[in-house]
Design a protein around this ligand. Structure first.
Ligand code: SF4
Ligand code: SF4
Ligand code: FES
Length: 572
């Protein structure tokens, strides 16, 4: 039901049940917030959204107060403005003064609020709390000194990712957001998804940066630094810079990385195609009862999801696909196939992936992903870090001439780009399965709804088979869905694509910081635009991949490649 309320001497129409903040914002009235997150319950923690309501003695927090018929609200009185300013001054009084050296300088919500409230000097002096930063994780750095206790990270970690790796500890002015027993994040149950980094308004949570070590490698004559850029990182790069497909974002990234000193720049989509072929093959093997595995097959390319299953759902591990992730396939190829074919000692190759994912840093560091102490992947740059690298080298992106990615891993199919958003990989795997079981490519139908929320299922029919595919994003959605499927003993779903980040990699923890889901949707749309330009629909039609698989001698040192990759080579 709609009704009117009076705000700053004007009447506005509001919906019953809405919070006052929602009502004000949907009527174009600007209200500052810090702890508020759309779709999450209000906590009233920061009090920045305060307004005056006639008849109330105290200022009220608009994010946690519902609209009431007949209410009279003032959002811009002296009392309100001064209260908000004092709140920001208090936050700053316990905040380090190191904006110049801070990774969030310029994209910090506390800085923006200070500027908006016209805060020009430190007003409150006192002993600051002493906090120690935590760099123990492979992916996420924590600096509690910069925390404003908004609880956004705590809520996303608990409510969306079901992990609760971080929470409030201690009381009063000693309160901090910390991992259990104040131990490092490395010994917590953190799955490295980076969703907390995405929602943190300050630099209290950031990447464990690999920019410096990549720069150091680029500066060494003895090292050949090779980059692999994922299609989802390309889409993100294009959206961030407002580029169109015709501007050739891939060609521009290749050119930029070459200017930084890259020896080669490969298309990581090449390995995504391989991963999709392998998962499709596994599904067909289960179907033909050639494998001991049971349905549903759960995708395993998202390292945060794999980590969650290892930590919290060990009983589901047998359902996980055994294919390596694209990052690790590419790392293996580069340090074996590429090293051998180009006559370079693999120890002199420094392999860097570029993805919108913080958990890939963790994946690259796993012991299983090293061979005789040498990492398959030496460094992982998130899209944020890619931009940082380009800034360090003073590149003017607008002036660069596009260059083509390097052979032999220079092409990828539509399937590789589809893997960049929730539902896309399920479609790509379904398409391969459809073809493997004799379906005609032109008869393949698979519809993914345009929005990013909610679990999705679809069925495809091929001959006597009817196969069910599902896709879920966020750990909560995945956990709820898989548990429901098993509890109801449903046998109509054969493959589930699981992505830990909301919306899949389009909402990845390593994407440029942006509040809300609009940018994720824009990145998904960009992926779809990229797909329209790509004539190569099937992963298994990738000519660069086929030519590698057909070459008589792909690897001479078979120990360097993982079991499944050997299997793929044999299959070809
Ligand atoms: S990275 Fe993910 S799991 Fe770890 S603390 Fe952040 S939100 Fe929680
Ligand atoms: S770490 Fe960041 S998101 Fe978490 S409570 Fe502190 S300021 Fe908020
Ligand atoms: S945004 Fe309302 S209390 Fe923080």
């Amino acid at each position: 039901m709609e009704f009117k309320i009076e705000v700053n001497d004007k009447f506005i129409t509001v919906n019953e049940g809405d919070s006052l903040l929602t009502a004000l914002r949907s009527n174009g009235i600007k209200i500052p917030t810090l702890c508020h997150m759309n779709r999450f319950s209000a906590t009233g923690a920061c009090r920045l959204c305060v307004v005056e309501v006639e008849g109330k003695r105290d200022l009220i927090t608009s994010c946690s107060y519902p609209v009431e018929e007949g209410m009279k609200v003032t959002t811009n009185s002296q009392r309100v403005i001064q209260a908000r300013k004092t709140l920001v001054e208090l936050l700053l009084s316990n905040h380090p003064d190191d904006c110049l050296y801070c990774t969030r300088n310029g994209i910090c919500e506390l800085q923006w609020l200070a500027a908006e409230m016209n805060v020009k000097e430190r007003k409150f002096f006192g002993e600051k709390n002493i906090h120690h930063p935590d760099y123990s994780s492979t992916s996420i750095a924590r600096d509690p000194a910069k925390c404003v206790l908004c609880s956004r990270c705590v809520r996303i970690c608990e409510e969306v990712q079901l992990v609760t790796a971080i929470d409030f500890i201690s009381r009063g002015n000693q309160t901090t957001v910390n991992s259990a027993f104040n131990k490092g994040l490395n010994v917590s149950s953190c799955i490295n998804c980076g969703q907390c980094v995405q929602v943190c308004p300050t630099a209290a949570l950031t990447d464990i940066s690999h920019v410096e070590k990549v720069q150091a490698a680029l500066g060494k004559d003895s090292k050949k630094v090779v980059f692999q850029v994922s299609p989802s990182a390309l889409a993100s790069f294009a959206v961030y810079l407002n580029m169109k497909i015709k501007d050739d974002p891939q060609g521009i990234i290749v050119s930029a990385l070459k200017k930084c000193g890259a020896a080669k720049v490969f298309d990581l989509g090449f390995a995504i195609d391989l991963n999709i072929m392998e998962e499709a093959q596994t599904l067909v093997s289960i179907l033909k009862e050639k494998s001991g595995q049971k349905f549903p097959l759960l995708s395993s390319c998202c390292p945060a999801w794999v980590r969650y299953a290892e930590e919290f759902r060990t009983e589901w591990l047998p359902m996980l696909a055994t294919a390596k992730s694209a990052q690790q396939i590419m790392g293996t190829l580069i340090k074996s196939h590429y090293a051998e074919s180009s006559g370079i000692n693999s120890e002199n190759i420094y392999s860097v992936t570029v993805l919108p994912c913080t958990a890939k840093k963790f994946e690259a560091s796993r012991e299983e992903n090293t061979h005789k102490g040498i990492s398959e992947t030496d460094a992982v740059l998130t899209v944020r870090e890619l931009f940082q690298l380009f800034r360090c080298y003073g590149l003017d992106i607008g002036q660069l001439q596009a260059e083509k990615p390097d052979q032999p891993y220079n092409r990828s199919s539509v399937a590789a780009t589809e893997a960049g958003y929730s539902g896309g990989k399920a479609e790509a795997v379904a398409r391969e399965v459809f073809r493997m079981l004799g379906g005609k490519p032109e008869d393949f139908r698979f519809t993914i709804p345009k929005n990013l929320a909610g679990k999705k299922e679809t069925k495809i029919s091929i001959g006597d088979h009817q196969l069910g595919f599902a896709w879920v994003s966020s750990i909560k959605e995945a956990d709820d869905y898989i548990a429901m499927l098993l509890e109801e003993e449903r046998d109509d779903i054969h493959y589930i694509e699981v992505m830990a980040c909301l919306g899949g990699c389009a909402g990845g923890g390593g994407q440029p910081i942006s509040r809300g889901f609009e940018k994720s949707i824009a990145r998904k749309k960009m992926c779809m635009e990229m797909e329209k330009q790509n004539q190569l629909t099937f992963a298994s039609e990738n000519p660069a991949l086929l030519s590698m698989l057909k070459s008589k001698k792909v690897f001479s040192d078979q120990e360097k490649v993982s079991d499944w990759l050997k299997t793929s080579v044999k299959k070809a």
